[in-house]
Design a protein around this ligand. Structure first.
Ligand code: HEM
Length: 388
C-alpha cells in the first residue's frame, strides 16, 4: 500500500486499511521506502509506550540505503542532537528541563496574552465583513502565541511564519525546507545568547537556568523543536475546532461549549495524523506481524483514535485519545494544557467580537489540506456584520 499521494481523507483510508489488513500494515512511503503503519489503538500505545523495543533515534533505521538526500520526508528523519531524537536518561534530562521551563508559564497571564492576540487579529479583519479563519486567524494566532511563549518580539513573527511552515512542509522542496530550518536554528541561537546575557521571566531563560545544565546549543535545538512541534498542530486544532462550531451552526445559533468543539476536533480530526516514527530495537512481533530490527514504524494517531477498541460503542469514548501521542516522546506536559489555553482563547474570542459570524460557503464544500501526516481545514471562509 502506497501512503504517498493519499489525499483528502486519511481518516477514512486508515479506517479501511485497519479493517482489511489489521492493526499493523506494511506501507510504502514516498519513493517506495518501506515502513509499518500502526493503526490499532492498543498497538500504537504499545509502540509509543515501550521505548526499549521501539526507540526514537532514527539512526537505527535499516533502510537508510533506500533514502535519497532530497527525500521529501527528510525533515522527519534528519537526525539532530535535540530532545526529539534523544533516548533514555538523555531524553529525560532534556524533556524534563523543557517541561519545567514550560510549567513556569502562568496560565492566567497566558490566557490574557492569547485573548489580546486574538483581539488584535480580529481587529485586522473586523471591518471587512469576511475573512479566512485559517490563514487570517488560526495560523497567526498559534504562531503569535508560541512567539509569546518563547519571549520573541512580534516583529519576528511574519518571517517566522514562513519559515515554520517551510520547515514542516513535507511535500515542498527539501532545499528550501533545510534553509528554513537553518534560519530558525540561527534565530534560536541568537535568542539563547540574548537570554544568557540577560535572563527574563520566560521559557528560554528558565530552560537555561535549569539544573539539567543544558549547553547553549542544546537549548537552541530544543527551543527550535518546541517551535516546530507546537505551531502547526495548534493552528490546526484551532481551525478544526472552529470548523466544528461553524459547521454545526453554532455561534450564530444554539451555542455549544467551546470545550466540546475542542475535544471533538481532537478525537475526529486530530491535527497530527501520523508520526514518523519509532525504530525497532530488536526483532519482535506486533499485531501478528514480524518486525525486524531497524524497521520504521509510523504511529497512526488519527486511525488509533477511530479504532473501535478506543471507542467500543462507537459513541462515548471511554479511553484517552492519542492526539498528543503517548509515552516518553509524547507531547511533553504541560504543552497540551498550554495548547488548550491558546485554542480556547481563539475559539472564545470570535463570537464575543463578531456575534453573527458564519460560514460563507456550505459546510460540505470545506476542504481539508491534502496530507496523510497532518490534518486541518484548507480554508474557513466566513462572513459577518462588519464592525464600524
Ligand atoms: C503549546 C503548544 C505545544 C508545544 C509547546 C508542544 C511541544 C512538543 C514537543 C517539544 C514535542 C517533542 C517531544 C519529544 O520528542 O520528547 C512534541 C511532540 C508532539 N506533540 Fe506537541 N506541542 C504543542 C502542541 C501540540 C498540539 C496542539 C498537538 C496535537 C493536538 C501536539 C501533538 C504532539 C505529538 C503527536 C507529538 C509527538 C508524539 C510522538 O512522537 O509520539 N502538540 N510537542
Amino acid at each position: 500500500m502506497k501512503l504517498y499521494g493519499l489525499a483528502a481523507d486519511p481518516v477514512e483510508v486508515y479506517r479501511t486499511l485497519r479493517e482489511r489488513h489489521g492493526p499493523v500494515v506494511p506501507v510504502l512511503l514516498d519513493g517506495d521506502v518501506p515502513a509499518w503503519l500502526v493503526l490499532g489503538y492498543r498497538e500504537v500505545c504499545r509502540v509509543a509506550g515501550d521505548a526499549r523495543t521501539f526507540a526514537r533515534d532514527c539512526r537505527r533505521w535499516n533502510a537508510w540505503d533506500r533514502v535519497p538526500e532530497d527525500w521529501p520526508l527528510m525533515p522527519h528523519v534528519g537526525w539532530t542532537p535535540s530532545v526529539v531524537f534523544a533516548e533514555g536518561a538523555e531524553h529525560r534530562r532534556r524533556s524534563g528541563a523543557l517541561g519545567e521551563a514550560l510549567d513556569g508559564v502562568r496560565r492566567p497571564e497566558m490566557a490574557l496574552a492569547c485573548r489580546r492576540i486574538a483581539d488584535g487579529l480580529i481587529d485586522g479583519f473586523a471591518a471587512d465583513g469576511r475573512a479566512d479563519l485559517v490563514d487570517g486567524y488560526a495560523r497567526p494566532m498559534s504562531l503569535l502565541a508560541v512567539a509569546w511563549l518563547l519571549g520573541l518580539p512580534e516583529e519576528d513573527v511574519p518571517e517566522l511564519a514562513e519559515e515554520a511552515d517551510a520547515a514542516r512542509n513535507v511535500t515542498g522542496a527539501v532545499d528550501s525546507c533545510k534553509d528554513a530550518h537553518r534560519r530558525m536554528h540561527a534565530r534560536m541561537q541568537r535568542l539563547v545568547g540574548e537570554r544568557r546575557y540577560r535572563a527574563r521571566d520566560d521559557v528560554p531563560s528558565r530552560l537555561l537556568a535549569h539544573p539539567a545544565g543544558l549547553t547553549d546549543e542544546e537549548a537552541a535545538l530544543d527551543l527550535l523543536a518546541l517551535l516546530v512541534s507546537a505551531h502547526r498542530p495548534t493552528a490546526d486544532w484551532i481551525a478544526s475546532a472552529l470548523r466544528v462550531v461553524l459547521a454545526g451552526g453554532a455561534f450564530a445559533g444554539e451555542p455549544r461549549g467551546d470545550g466540546d468543539a475542542l475535544r471533538e476536533a481532537l478525537w475526529e480530526d486530530t491535527p497530527v495524523q501520523g508520526v514518523i516514527g519509532r525504530w525497532a530495537v530488536h526483532d519482535c512481533v506486533l499485531g501478528d506481524r514480524r518486525i525486524h530490527r531497524g524497521d520504521l514504524l509510523v504511529l497512526g494517531l488519527g486511525a488509533a483514535n477511530a479504532d473501535p477498541h478506543a471507542q467500543p460503542d462507537g459513541a462515548a469514548p471511554n479511553r484517552a485519545h492519542l492526539s498528543f501521542g503517548h509515552g516518553e516522546h509524547g507531547c511533553p506536559p504541560p504543552a497540551p494544557e498550554l495548547a488548550e489555553v491558546v485554542a480556547r482563547a481563539a475559539v472564545a474570542a470570535l463570537p464575543d467580537r463578531l456575534a453573527d459570524v458564519r460560514l460563507a460557503v456550505p459546510a460540505a464544500d470545506l476542504e481539508w489540506r491534502p496530507s496523510p501526516w497532518t490534518r486541518g481545514p484548507a480554508a474557513l471562509p466566513v462572513e459577518f456584520t462588519p464592525e464600524c
